[in-house]
Design a protein around this ligand. Structure first.
Ligand SMILES: [Zn+2]
Length: 114
């Protein structure tokens, strides 16, 4: 997810800038009213960018319902096994038809057993 900051004065979009000294100085500027902010010189950290490969994590929201029995579901957290990166989660238990019908069957069987 990409976070977009807004101006504390007018609510307009803020542009992130870097003042090119070394180490650089982070700065922000409002595109609407011209408000600006200047930070302190920040240390530079160099990291290698590894583009995601085919078969890596999909750009989807995974389901946080770990107890769901449907491992083959695209959103099941088990799909993330052996993969690295940042994934977003939401609880789809209340809206997933497959899970709800499974749950209903489980409850029915429970009641039939007494
Ligand atoms: Zn502004």
């Amino acid at each position: 997810m990409i976070t977009e900051e807004t101006c504390p004065e007018c609510g307009g979009r803020l542009l992130n800038e870097v003042i090119c000294t070394y180490p650089p100085i982070p700065a922000k500027r409002c595109l609407k009213c011209g408000w600006s902010w200047e930070g302190k010189q920040e240390a530079v950290k160099t990291v290698r960018f590894d583009p995601p490969e085919e078969g890596d994590m999909k750009d989807i929201t995974y389901c946080s319902n770990i107890s769901c029995p449907f491992n083959d579901c695209d959103r099941h957290p088990k799909q993330l096994k052996g993969k690295a990166g940042i994934a977003s989660f939401a609880d789809f238990a209340g809206t997933c038809r497959r899970y709800i019908s499974w749950l209903v069957d489980e409850v029915k069987e429970d009641q039939e057993r007494g």
